[in-house]
Design a protein around this ligand. Structure first.
Ligand SMILES: O=c1[nH]c(NC[C@H](O)[C@H](O)[C@H](O)CO)c([N+](=O)[O-])c(=O)[nH]1
Length: 154
């Protein structure tokens, strides 16, 4: 029986990061976590590029452009969507998650979903480097795993 597992080796890996500026207090912590995860797995700082977008809703378009450029082995999407008093939260969350999934399936490039979607600010803080870890770190390591897994399967 053959089992495929992506190794956590990142020699020569090139990463694109798309970050939503909305709730930047949270997103900046997610970026720090992602950079920590990448650097601790030997991804060269010069092999990482970051694109800021106004908010999570704009992430899929820039993730798509990055993926189609063929310049990156994986794209990491980071943002923070925190529920407010309107249904805007639901629309943004739905479109971001669907959009990011489509980019990955359409291009065959691993596109990681590092957008925290929470009911309140406390939950977002918990996922940006406190009680629940750092979602940015998690998806950065996941990106390295997916790059190697996809290569192994092809
Ligand atoms: O990234 C976010 N964008 C949000 N809205 C902006 C949206 O992503 C777009 O940037 C905007 O609608 C312009 O297209 C958020 N809320 O409205 O709550 C949010 O919590 N997080």
């Amino acid at each position: 029986m053959k089992i495929y597992e992506g190794k956590l080796v990142a020699d020569g890996v090139k990463i694109g990061i798309v970050a939503g500026r909305f709730n930047e207090f949270i997103t900046s912590k997610l970026i720090s976590g992602a950079l920590d995860g990448l650097k601790r797995h030997n991804v060269d700082e010069d092999s990482i590029e970051i694109a800021w977008v106004p908010g999570a809703f704009e992430i899929p378009l820039v993730a798509s452009e990055m993926a189609r450029s063929k310049k990156y082995d994986a794209i990491i999407c980071l943002g923070a969507v925190i529920r407010g008093n309107t249904s805007h939260y639901d629309y943004v969350c739905n479109e971001v998650s669907k959009g990011i999934a489509h980019v990955s399936l359409d291009t065959g490039i691993p596109v990681m979903f590092g957008v925290v979607t929470t009911e309140n600010i406390e939950q977002a803080i918990e996922r940006a480097g406190t009680k629940s870890g750092n979602k940015g770190y998690d998806v950065a390591v996941g990106a390295i795993e997916m790059i190697n897994l996809v290569k192994e399967i092809k």
